[in-house]
Design a protein around this ligand. Structure first.
Ligand code: FES
Length: 239
């Protein structure tokens, strides 16, 4: 097979492309200990293959000098790594305690019914994979839904249905925090450490997440210097 030009991103049903092999090696080379690159390498495999494939596991093992069983152990430990093909959009509904009582359970039930799928299943058109997920550290915007790991804050069953319908219709949809939603494979490539230059679209944290920071600034509270070993003494206000 002749080498692919660096800007090509192709799929090859019979195995990983030369570009993917090259990029897997690039990731491994970023770290003083190459095996530290395993997680981003697995994300790249997902981006290229649509899931963790046996070929992807073998490639990571070969590059890192690990056994396939060791790579497999990591790939099966983390729920972000998928053995079944994922749809164009991974929709994760937080059903952890706070989101659940604020409406997450109702959103998940409505989407299951609307899409005709169960947990961790993909709609017939291959567009949406639905999964219930644990706390996304966005409880201040409960109930929260993630699309390819972008936040959709303060959702309702109706807004969630609207989001998946617009995605299935090929419309441009934005996270409630700003960024345009890309496909799951594109998001996986970013998680592998190949930025898509959209990191600055929208704020990183919404107003509700910054309330504590505002209070701290108002009262002149600061964090201890990095490396300071002394415990922070409570003030009259914090006692
Ligand atoms: S419980 Fe849903 S984001 Fe924390």
């Amino acid at each position: 097979m002749s080498p692919l030009p660096p800007d090509r991103f192709t799929e090859d049903e019979t195995g990983l492309t030369e570009q993917t092999w090259r990029e897997l090696r690039q990731i491994a080379a970023r770290y003083p200990q190459a095996r530290s690159g395993l997680l981003p390498m697995l994300h790249l495999v997902q981006s290229a293959e649509g899931r963790i494939t046996p070929e992807g596991i073998e490639a990571c093992a070969e590059i890192l000098g690990l056994s396939a069983a060791e790579v497999n152990g990591v790939a099966t430990f983390y729920t972000m790594f998928k053995r079944k093909p994922v749809g164009d959009y991974h929709v994760g509904v937080c059903t952890n305690t706070l989101c659940a009582v604020m409406g997450g359970d109702a959103i998940f039930a409505r989407l299951k019914e609307h899409l005709g799928v169960g947990n961790d299943e993909t709609s017939e058109d291959g567009k949406i994979t639905l999964e219930h997920i644990e706390c996304n550290a966005a409880c201040d915007y409960a109930p929260v839904m993630m699309v390819n790991w972008e936040f959709m804050d303060n959702q309702t069953p109706e807004s969630a249905v609207q989001v998946v319908d617009e995605l299935r219709a090929g419309k441009e949809v934005h996270s409630t925090r700003g960024p345009r939603l890309c496909t799951w494979r594109e998001a996986e490539r970013v998680l592998a450490g190949f930025p898509d230059d959209r990191a600055d679209e929208g704020p990183a944290a919404g107003p509700a997440s910054l309330v504590g920071l505002g209070i701290a600034r108002e009262r002149g509270w600061t964090a201890p210097e990095a490396g300071a070993s002394k415990a922070v003494q409570p003030t009259e206000e914090t006692k």
